[in-house]
Write a new protein. Structure first.
Length: 286
C-alpha cells in the first residue's frame, strides 16, 4: 500500500507543474487584451489633471478671432465670396499654427513617460509597439476635435458676419478631411520625436520651424512645394486665388476640389512616415 501511495504522490507532483504551466499559459493568453484595456484607462486617467484640451481650444480661439477681425471691412463683393476667403486664409494660418499646436500636444502627452522614466515599467505591462499606437491615437483625438471646431466655427462666423455666399457642405467637408489628414502626418513626426527625445525642446523647435517652412513654401515653385510636408496645408486648400485676374482693388477667388490622386498618394506616404517613426521608436533603448 505504501508503494502505491508513493507512486500516486509522485504522479501528482509531476502533474501539478504541468497544470500550473497550463494555468500560466491561460493567463498569458488573456494578458494582451487586459493590458490593452488597462492602457486606455491609464491614458485617460493621466489626462484628467493635464488639461491638454486647453491647447487646441486656445489655438482654435486665436485663429477664429483673427479670422473674425479680418472681415470688419468687407464690402458686398467680399461678402459674396466670404466663405472662399475663410477657407483659403484658414489653410494658410493652419500651416503656421497647427504644427506648433501639434508639437505642444504631443510633448504634453509624451512628457509624462519621458520625465518619469516609466517606459521600462510600461513595457512590462504592454508591448512597445502597441503603446506607441495607443499614445498616438490619444493625440489624434485632439487634432480631430480641433479640425471639427475650426470647420464649424468658420460656418458660424460667416453667418454672424452676414455672408451672402451659399454654404457648400462638400467644400467644408473636404477642408476638414484635408486639414486633418495633413495634421495627422505631421503629428506622427512630432509623436516620434517626443518619445525618443529626452528633452522636449527639440520637438517644439521642429514644430515652430515646420510652421514657418510651411508658410514660406507657398511662395516656392510647385515642384519644390510638394517636397515640403508642412506645405500641404496650402496645396490641399479647397479655395484658391486667381492671381492672373487679381488686382490691387479686387481679389478673385474660386473653389478647387481636393485632388484625389495626390491626396491618396499623400496618405500612402503618411502611412510610411508613421511606420518609419514607429521603427525608430522601437529601436530606442530604455
Amino acid at each position: 500500500m505504501r508503494d502505491i501511495m508513493s507512486e500516486k504522490e509522485e504522479k501528482k507532483s509531476v502533474m501539478r507543474p504541468a497544470a500550473q504551466r497550463r494555468e500560466t499559459q491561460g493567463q498569458d493568453a488573456w494578458k494582451p487584451a487586459a493590458s490593452r484595456q488597462h492602457l486606455f484607462l491609464a491614458e485617460q486617467r493621466k489626462l484628467r489633471t493635464r488639461y491638454v484640451w486647453l491647447v487646441p481650444v486656445g489655438f482654435l480661439a486665436l485663429l477664429l478671432l483673427w479670422t473674425l477681425a479680418s472681415v470688419r471691412n468687407f464690402d458686398d463683393m467680399d461678402l459674396a465670396t466670404g466663405y472662399q476667403y475663410f477657407l483659403y486664409s484658414m489653410s494658410t494660418m493652419n500651416s503656421i499654427f497647427m504644427p506648433v499646436m501639434l508639437s505642444v500636444v504631443a510633448s504634453h502627452l509624451c512628457d509624462m513617460e519621458i520625465k518619469g522614466n516609466t517606459l521600462k515599467l510600461l513595457y512590462t505591462l504592454e508591448r512597445p509597439g502597441r503603446f506607441y499606437d495607443i499614445k498616438y491615437l490619444f493625440e489624434l483625438k485632439y487634432l480631430i476635435i480641433f479640425s471639427a471646431g475650426e470647420t464649424l466655427g468658420l460656418i458660424l462666423l460667416g453667418k454672424a458676419a452676414g455672408f451672402t455666399e451659399p454654404i457648400r457642405p462638400d467644400m467644408f467637408a473636404e477642408h476638414f478631411i484635408a486639414m486633418t489628414a495633413v495634421g495627422a502626418v505631421i503629428l506622427s513626426i512630432q509623436h516620434m520625436l517626443s518619445l525618443v527625445s529626452d528633452n522636449q525642446i527639440l520637438p517644439l523647435i521642429v514644430g515652430i520651424a515646420g510652421g514657418f517652412l510651411g508658410l514660406f513654401s507657398m511662395f516656392f515653385p510647385a515642384e519644390v512645394n510638394r517636397l515640403i510636408l508642412w506645405g500641404y496645408f496650402g496645396i490641399f486648400s479647397v479655395a484658391g486665388v486667381d492671381w492672373q485676374r487679381t488686382t490691387d482693388e479686387t481679389i478673385y477667388m474660386s473653389y478647387q476640389p481636393l485632388p484625389a490622386g495626390s491626396f491618396i498618394g499623400f496618405l500612402i506616404a503618411g502611412a510610411l512616415i508613421y511606420l518609419i517613426g514607429k521603427w525608430i521608436f522601437l529601436r530606442k533603448e530604455v
